[in-house]
Design a protein around this ligand. Structure first.
Ligand SMILES: [Zn+2]
Length: 271
């Protein structure tokens, strides 16, 4: 009997650490910013399947959000509300610029009248940026996944439901750069995107979520109106929107974990 009780307590502690069923929901007056990378099938034995949300999972998630009466917005639209953000507002974001955002995500977003913001790397082809963070991440896995062509990006823009945003020129690790290099990566990326696609770029995402005070100032001074990080969570106040938290959507999560993340900002106790 004691044995069964001990096993049960261990299970409960483990489960409650992984799934924050016990946590209080963050009020739906606070907007959610969801962070996605790829909408694609998993690759057997691959290291980065967490970045790959399958099209089936993605549709299940968007359909569920739609059922909840979610007000889908782009980052520009979110910022335009000022301090009068309608309840149940969600901004879907994609980082980097994978081709599957066009081939799989777009039609699902359209089907549910949703929209999204795409933080696009300019030099995204043949660029293994995973090693910019950790040298040992040189598996070459992500470099093989196809990235969007400029033509596909134009089609995303023409759909009217995708905001294009900046994510530096090369997916740089900003902590390794000097001031001039940072300016090229941050301000240069904005100018270049505006020039290529003839649109105004006002939203930015820090690559790897790595940034310091100077980077934040630079982002502001280059003319961006907002910047998102990779810190897990939900911000209720968007008055200084240059360090916005996001809700990570992992391809390794189940649907319950997704709902917990939307409800509380994180899946479990700490992440
Ligand atoms: Zn990225």
């Amino acid at each position: 009997m004691t044995y069964v009780l001990i096993v049960f307590i261990i299970f409960l502690v483990f489960y409650s650490n992984r799934y924050g069923w016990w946590k209080k929901s963050v009020s739906y007056s606070c907007p959610r910013i969801l962070m996605y990378h790829q909408i694609s099938h998993h690759i057997k034995g691959a290291k980065f399947n967490g970045l790959r949300v399958t099209p089936e999972m993605f549709e299940q998630q968007i359909a569920w959000l739609d059922e909840q009466g979610i007000n889908f917005v782009t980052m520009k639209q979110l910022l335009a509300y000022g301090d009068e953000i309608p309840p149940k507002t969600v901004a879907i974001t994609f980082d980097d610029g994978y081709e599957d955002n066009y081939t799989y995500a777009l039609k699902i977003l359209k089907k549910y009248n949703a929209c999204a913001t795409l933080y696009l790397v300019i030099d995204r082809h043949d660029n293994d940026w995973s090693i910019h963070k950790k040298e040992h991440h040189n598996s070459g896995e992500l470099v093989k996944d196809k990235k969007l062509s400029d033509e596909q990006v134009k089609k995303l823009i023409d759909s009217g439901i995708i905001e294009i945003a900046a994510h530096t020129k090369t997916h740089a690790n900003l902590s390794q750069l000097n001031k001039t290099e940072k300016t090229t990566e941050i301000c240069g990326a904005r100018e270049k995107l505006q020039q290529i696609f003839n649109i105004e770029i006002t939203s930015f995402a820090y690559p790897f979520g790595i940034y310091d005070r100077d980077d934040l100032e630079l982002v502001k001074n280059c003319g961006f109106h907002s910047a998102v990080t990779t810190h897990d969570g939900i911000d209720c106040n968007l008055l200084e929107p240059f360090e916005l938290k996001r809700i990570k959507v992992s391809g390794k999560d189940n649907f319950y974990a997704f709902k917990l993340r939307v409800r509380t900002g994180k899946r479990g106790w700490r992440k």
